[in-house]
Design a protein around this ligand. Structure first.
Ligand SMILES: C[S@@+](CC[C@H](N)C(=O)[O-])C[C@H]1O[C@@H](n2cnc3c(N)ncnc32)[C@H](O)[C@@H]1O
Length: 289
């Protein structure tokens, strides 16, 4: 059994294809145009480094590995958050093995706080074992606004709070790719006991208990677009061909028209699912053709 985060399937690979292709656009645009400060990569749900693809016996590289592998020279800092302690340790060990790094792992030296940090200084990586809603809000409120952030918000379940999104958008100088848990939100809205999770995700009580997937995505997009600088917010529905019961949507927010247009092309390319299958290797093909 893999030690890595499990539950991946073809749409996980499609998500990572879009994520990595957008990193290329982001670093190309920002590297030559961002003259006010650093570029930071912020990953709020960093996982274990890889995702285990159920039923295929393979682990595919996750967001943090892809960002560091291809774009180490572009980002001045990498901030990775992972709440689960086992995942946190797997993550720093996986990155250490993959990139030949040595992490210094210790308790954070912050009064009143109790969490682990794994530190590497070259490249500058900080992995924090904590709830990223708190961690990223703290970073946004205390680290100044000169650095431009590429932020990936990739929860499984309803753990990314709308208030965290608002904090990031209020800070500005940020591009955001968020994995919106469409089916999870829709099902939770239909179950009384799960309404608090929907409220956290949507940011208020203004949503239907019996909405469709499309309605929930549209509503979320509209709520984010209340921040006028980032209109239009882009969305891309991802559903695996072999399991249509579970859908998530990638949500993309940024202020740059050129970047938005490039992301639109990436999200809507004809070859997305072929590329996702390539990510899974030959073993993935038989199940999906
Ligand atoms: C879908 S996985 C992330 C996959 C990763 N982005 C990748 O591509 O490899 C979600 C991870 O978020 C972690 N997590 C859940 N809630 C969290 C929170 N509030 N703050 C930080 N991490 C959290 C889980 O433990 C899990 O490892």
């Amino acid at each position: 059994m893999s030690e890595h985060f499990s539950g991946g399937d073809l749409k996980t690979a499609a998500k990572l294809v879009i994520f990595e292709e957008y990193l290329d656009v982001y670093t190309t645009i920002l590297d030559s145009n961002w003259e006010w400060g650093d570029l930071w990569y912020v990953d709020t749900h960093a996982g274990t480094g890889k995702t285990h693809i159920d039923g295929q016996g393979i682990d595919i590289d996750g967001s943090a590995i892809r960002a560091i592998d291809q774009y180490e020279d572009f980002f001045d800092r990498f901030y990775l958050y992972e709440l689960d302690e086992d995942h946190f340790h797997t993550l720093h060990q996986t990155l250490a093995d993959r990139f030949g790094l040595k992490f210094d792992v210790s308790e954070a030296n912050v009064t009143g706080e109790d969490f682990l940090v794994a530190r590497s200084d070259d490249p500058y990586i900080r992995i924090m074992q904590m709830d990223s809603n708190e961690g990223v809000s703290f970073l946004a409120n205390n680290a100044g606004t000169n650095a431009h952030w590429m932020t990936f918000i990739d929860p499984k379940g309803l753990t990314a709070k709308r208030s965290t999104l608002d904090t990031l958008l209020d800070r500005g100088n940020v591009d955001i790719i968020l994995n919106y848990q469409t089916t999870g939100v829709m099902r939770s809205a239909a179950a009384d006991h799960a309404h608090e999770a929907v409220r956290r995700t949507m940011g208020d009580d203004d949503w239907p208990e019996a909405g469709t997937n499309d309605e929930f995505v549209e509503l979320y997009k509209k709520k984010l677009e209340e921040n006028s600088d980032i209109r239009p917010v882009l969305t891309k529905s991802l559903v695996s061909p072999h399991d249509k019961r579970c859908r998530f949507d990638l949500i993309f927010a940024c202020r740059n028209d050129g970047a938005r247009s490039a992301m639109e092309d990436i999200m809507n390319q004809d070859s997305l699912w072929d590329k996702a299958q390539d990510e899974m290797g030959q073993s993935g093909l038989g199940d999906f053709l």
